[in-house]
Design a protein around this ligand. Structure first.
Ligand code: GSH
Ligand code: FE2
Length: 360
């Protein structure tokens, strides 16, 4: 079975696609975004997947790829078209190549025209294809920079994408209107630039008159992507005061066993209600008690010189507490994974509380 996820970067309206082989847990990520690398890495870790390749559909002009960052974080390899001219890849691809992940693979199709090095990745059973910006939903990539050429794009779409089965699902590199996917049959009928009876002349005429402003990030994105997303300076490190885990929801969490050993080095903050703090689950010694609803107004009571670990019943309210702490300007904070429930299940020491099984 294939595990498939479509992820969105709202800043650049970019889609990234995760494809995993459920039999072996090997996965690939198509068109990761730099700013989303932490999100993507956390997600891949949570699902227990092994990121084998990050794949670029092309050298993007509007956002920086997350390929290099993910390679640092997860040890994945970077692949993109030889024709892209980019440096720093582990593999340079050409038409007809195969990208294997576990028992599955993607077929590489050269679909130049938006840029000189555009690739479309087709899943082995031809049920899905990832077209980058060659073909967008009811649109296509612009052809006015990066060796763009409308005639070339016309032939790429007609011969290398529209030759796929009509029911093949197509996933684009971007969508600016909220659509998520399409099919070959749908685009053949309804794409205003190339669908229906429109021919090469119609297409070239359409593309010559788009008159789009250049992407805002172009001067930063293109040079960075020609290095597969390696920044000039090392990016800010992850927090190092504890071995924190970043969840897919964007929350820094700390594990109970770490907290038990390091409780004296941090400020514990219990954000449950009063009756819970003194209730059956007990609380951790030294925890300052500020219910979540009062945290915004009482954040001044917290010390600035130590990291803060927020605690609740199951890890939900404490996650929200870290969001509030971040807004208040704190830089070192985490939520206790699983809250007092997991803390007690692991037999860590607590103050108060009582055991139902023991009959109080
Ligand atoms: N306003 C966007 C421009 C995005 C843009 O030009 N996107 C390219 C893909 S990299 C494109 O081909 N757009 C086609 C279109 O908008 O029709 C930005 O500044 O990033
Ligand atoms: Fe593009």
């Amino acid at each position: 079975m294939i595990i498939f996820r479509q992820m969105f970067d709202s800043q650049s309206s970019t889609y990234s696609y995760l494809l995993a082989d459920s039999a072996t847990h090997a996965c690939v990520l198509i068109d990761p975004v730099f700013e989303q690398a932490r999100r993507d890495a956390a997600f891949i870790r949570e699902l227990g997947l092994d990121l084998v390749w990050t794949l670029e559909t092309h050298v993007h002009a509007d956002h920086v790829t997350g390929g290099w960052l993910l390679k640092q974080r997860l040890g994945s390899k970077i692949a993109l078209a030889a024709a892209s001219g980019a440096a720093g890849a582990d593999r340079l691809l050409a038409d007809g190549d195969k990208i294997e992940f576990g028992t599955r693979h993607l077929e590489v199709r050269a679909t130049p025209g938006h840029t000189g090095g555009c690739l479309t990745y087709v899943l082995d059973d031809k049920s899905r294809a990832f077209t980058g910006d060659a073909l967008l939903i009811r649109g296509c990539g612009r052809t006015d920079f990066q060796q763009g050429d409308a005639r070339t794009l016309y032939h790429s779409i007609e011969e290398r994408i529209f030759s796929l089965p009509d029911e093949c699902q197509l996933y684009p590199g971007h969508d600016y209107k909220g659509a998520t996917s399409t099919t070959v049959g749908e685009e053949k009928r309804f794409n205003p630039r190339i669908g229906g009876k429109r021919n090469e002349t119609d297409f070239v005429g359409y593309m010559a008159n788009l008159n789009l402003p250049h992407p805002k990030q172009m001067d930063i994105a293109v040079p960075a992507n020609l290095r597969c997303g390696q920044p000039d300076e090392a990016p800010p490190a992850d927090p190092d005061w504890a071995p924190l885990n970043l969840t897919f929801a964007g929350i820094w969490e700390v594990a109970p066993h770490w907290l038990e050993e390091h409780a004296a080095e941090v400020q514990l903050l219990d954000v449950r209600e009063r009756d819970e703090y003194v209730g059956p689950l007990g609380h951790i010694a030294g925890a300052l008690h500020i219910p979540l609803g009062q945290l915004d107004g009482r954040a001044g009571e917290l010390p600035q010189d130590r990291p803060i670990v927020a605690i609740c019943r199951a890890g939900g309210r404490s996650a929200q507490a870290t969001v509030i702490l971040q807004k208040k300007g704190f830089t070192r904070y985490a939520s206790l994974t699983g809250g007092m429930l997991q803390w007690n299940a692991g037999q860590h020491p607590r103050v108060g509380g009582f055991d139902y099984d023991a009959g109080l």
